[in-house]
Design a protein around this ligand. Structure first.
Ligand SMILES: [Zn+2]
Length: 163
């Protein structure tokens, strides 16, 4: 699937989740903003990981090629984790008397959850791949986390790029 369509699906679902909670709590635009934050801008962890690897030099082509993942052989993607869902629900519950905060954390929780489910379906990765505990237990190591076929695809791509 082309990246643009993948991102468009994330964006649409993020707006939808935000719209739902925004309507329910009568804070439509705030809901949509946090829907986009939790369901779309969650992918900014890929950018973060780029800077961890390359430092403050941004090269858009390298980024699109996912060179930070290919060269480091690590997959951290810190924002992609099922673990945040119960945590955010708990925070929403703690703020149950404050409607706006309750809405914000519920929206972040569900927008993020929908994003991860979409990633599992589109990328074809296992459910455990999106557990940060699981990734940490495997030292965030790409050869350990990816299936042999997926890792081989990385190696082929590296060869193709000459890196
Ligand atoms: Zn994602």
């Amino acid at each position: 699937m082309p990246l643009a369509i993948h991102l468009f699906i994330h964006f649409s679902l993020a707006v939808f989740v935000g719209y739902y909670f925004g309507r329910r709590f009568k804070r439509l635009w705030l809901g949509i903003v946090f829907g986009i934050l939790g369901g779309f801008l969650i992918d900014l962890d890929h950018v973060l990981e780029y800077f961890f690897f390359y430092g403050p030099h941004f090269n858009f082509t390298y980024f699109i090629q996912s060179r930070q993942f290919l060269l480091s052989d690590k997959i951290k993607i810190f924002f992609h984790a099922w673990e945040y869902f119960p945590l955010l629900l708990l925070i929403a519950w703690l703020f149950r008397q404050k409607q706006i905060l309750k809405m914000i954390f519920l929206t972040l929780a569900f927008a993020g959850l929908v994003h991860l489910i979409t990633d599992v379906i589109i990328n074809g990765y296992s459910l455990r791949y999106y557990s940060i505990t699981y990734r940490a237990l495997h030292h965030f190591s790409a050869p350990e986390l990816l299936s042999p076929a997926d890792y081989q695809r990385n190696l082929d791509y590296k060869q193709e790029l000459g890196i």
